[in-house]
Design a protein around this ligand. Sequence first.
Ligand code: SF4
Ligand code: FES
Length: 323
Amino acid sequence: MSETVEKIKVTIDGNTIEVLPGTTILNAARMVGENLVPPPAMCYYSSLNGSGGKCRTCLVEVSKGSEKDPRPMPKLVASCSTQVMDGMEVKNNTSDKALEARKGVVEFLLLNHPLDCPICDQAGECHLQDLAFEHGLAHTRYEFKRREFDKVDIGEYIKLHMTRCILCYRCVYTANQLTNQREHGILNRGDAAEISTFIEKNLDNEFIGNVIDVCPVGALTDKTFRFKSRVWFTNPMDATCECSKCSGEAVVWMVGNDIARVTARKDKFGEVKNFICNDCRFNKKELTDWNITGPRHISRDSVISANHYEAPIPSHTILLNNA
Ligand code: SF4
Ligand code: FES
């Protein structure tokens, strides 16, 4: 007979929800649904073990620790790595302290970040851009020289713009956990830290393209798509193909009748659950490579969901699929 685990109650911004013990505040907030905008998360990624706890964008105020010990927590906590307790009460968007702290975190993340959104491929789907729009200052107080790096080709398909990197570690965990050998990491520490491949090794593993999708900013870019189009001029379509390496379920981003890029499918939190292989991502750019099933619903609250993305499927596509 299987044991039933008793759920515990947590209240976030006035919304009470029951969750399993061990759930983090961030995941509990994500489970609440439409009534609550969950805390932002730049480094946590639910499918990557060890992610979270690096960027501090997800800070929240715990105004009541638990039913047993109702004292508030003395400091703001990282919601991605703090587990809920029974009776806990959390202030997320209703906490002036948390909102003030997020402003500070955005300011720190932008200390060295170039203001190159107008030429960055990630513009329109960049989590840092959204975060800066929601919580950032219109000016910087930083007076020192920003870090400078040359752009680096890491492998056949990926270009690294280290100036844009926020050192979230997501790409490192992706490489560690999705591919069969460790490919790259963060060298040095503090303000000398940087993403680097080991001993000049290229990122050429067959699932390494997923680092582009998990990168919350435009630090890792797809060399087959760079500078081809702004993302808001493309039409994302759900598409499938026969693939022996991955699920073959992807999104093709079309410009007219051409497939400009292929990505994995992201959920409303911007996370990929089904990673795709390099072949699907970089080498299948013909309409005949894909069975296009319909417009991709983009539920993320960003400029990419503010346009025309659910227009009818072009008739040539239906013809091709039925041919
Ligand atoms: S390159 Fe992107 S995914 Fe990797 S650590 Fe930097 S910001 Fe994070
Ligand atoms: S998402 Fe929680 S610390 Fe980065």
